[in-house]
Design a protein around this ligand. Structure first.
Ligand code: NAD
Ligand code: IPM
Ligand code: MN
Length: 337
């Protein structure tokens, strides 16, 4: 038997996308904390979003896409800048492309506070965001909501499996009283349900779901829904559980790296003032440690340290006075305890 060459351990690589407006402010906190908590991780910044458009003309340059593909996880801060709102090339287009290229179809958006403990499972690579679109000869503009049953089946399976590991209740949200895609969604969800007899499943129309989320959010365990409904309902769930500054997300496929990013946007209204709440970014980092890198211990430590910082150094969106960096100091102190 020949002696094998000594091998250097493979390093775990995280592609960091700092993005726009408050993006770099909250990403700086995440990388500071990761260097303390998991110094072996290799963190590399890449151009993405508005900053990438300014530098290269493209919101998702090839180099960035390749770096994301070959990483172990993508840690992403928000993109978007009012400068591009009316432009043909916009930061958000790169975001949709990155989600599609990595096929991260399952977007997990937890919302927790007191008795409320909801997990929204949002389909992320189909529906209105990706259907046919255009302008007809008469000037009519259209976007189309399109789903293939296989896309519904895979997100439904993911949601049932998650519900089984939680409190065993799944609410499937649709608009089956109006939309063909929703009627197919409902049919497929109930076909998949036969493989999960231990999970209680209910259907709810999206308008009612918004009302129920606002009036009795504690009734929900896992909510599964299509892309656009999930976008809107997850901001509402965030508002019901402490605000957008706290809400994280994990976008997962079946293979390859996941994308971990806050639910909130780039908050141009507070950018540059050093007051952005980095908790959602840090909770997304904890989701990355757990679901993206299999490092549950560090994920739990980080979640705990964020909880203490929320008590000791709340930022202005939470009624406190701490700056972004004072919040980060409080997280570092809590990690050291
Ligand atoms: P937004 O989420 O950026 O802001 C909504 C409100 O919440 C603002 O008042 C903002 O100040 C506040 N807020 C958000 N995050 C906060 C934080 N961490 N700390 C304190 N306050 C916070 O939504 P918007 O204003 O509608 O969108 C702004 C831009 O962000 C748009 O260009 C949009 O396309 C983009 N966007 C990007 C993502 C993403 O990259 N994941 C998500 C949503 C919106
Ligand atoms: C989100 C954002 C994005 C979405 C936008 C910026 C494209 O609102 O991640 O919730 O709608 O998915
Ligand atoms: Mn959104």
């Amino acid at each position: 038997m020949s002696r094998s060459e000594p091998q250097l351990p493979e390093r775990t690589r995280v592609a960091c996308l700092p993005g726009d407006c408050i993006g770099p402010e909250v990403m700086a906190v995440a990388t500071r904390i990761l260097r303390e908590l998991a110094p072996d991780l290799e963190l590399e910044d890449h151009l993405f979003g508005g900053v990438a458009i300014r530098a290269t003309g493209d919101s998702l340059p090839d180099e960035t896409l390749e770096a994301c593909r070959s990483s172990d996880a993508v840690l992403k801060a928000p993109v978007g800048d009012p400068e591009f709102d009316a432009a043909d090339v916009r930061p958000e287009q790169g975001m949709l492309r990155l989600r599609a290229e990595l096929d991260v179809y399952a977007n997990l958006r937890p919302a927790r506070k007191g008795p409320v403990d909801i997990l929204i499972v949002r389909e992320l690579v189909g529906g209105l965001y990706f259907g046919a679109r255009g302008v007809r000869d008469d000037g009519t503009v259209f976007d189309t909501c399109e789903y293939h049953p296989s896309q519904v089946e895979r997100i439904a399976r993911r949601a049932f499996a998650l519900a089984r590991a939680r409190r065993g209740k799944l609410t499937s949200v649709d608009k089956a009283n109006v939309l063909e895609t929703s009627r197919m969604w409902r049919r497929v969800v109930h076909e998949v349900a036969t493989d999960y007899p231990d999970v209680e499943v209910e259907d709810m129309l999206v308008d009612n779901a918004a009302m129920q989320l606002a009036s009795s959010p504690e009734q929900f365990d896992v909510i599964v829904t299509e892309n656009m409904f999930g976008d809107i309902l997850s901001d509402l769930a965030a508002a019901m559980t402490g605000g957008l500054g706290l809400a994280p997300s994990a976008s997962l496929g079946d293979i390859g790296p996941g994308i971990f990013e806050p639910v909130h946007g780039s908050a141009p209204d507070i950018a540059g003032r050093g007051v952005a709440n980095p908790a959602a970014m840090l909770r997304s980092t904890a989701l990355m440690l757990e679901h993206g890198l299999g490092r549950e211990g560090e994920a739990r430590s980080l979640e705990g340290a964020v909880e203490s910082a929320l008590r000791d150094a709340p930022t202005p969106d939470l009624g406190g006075r701490a700056s972004t960096s004072e919040f980060a100091d409080a997280v570092v102190e809590a990690l050291a305890r």
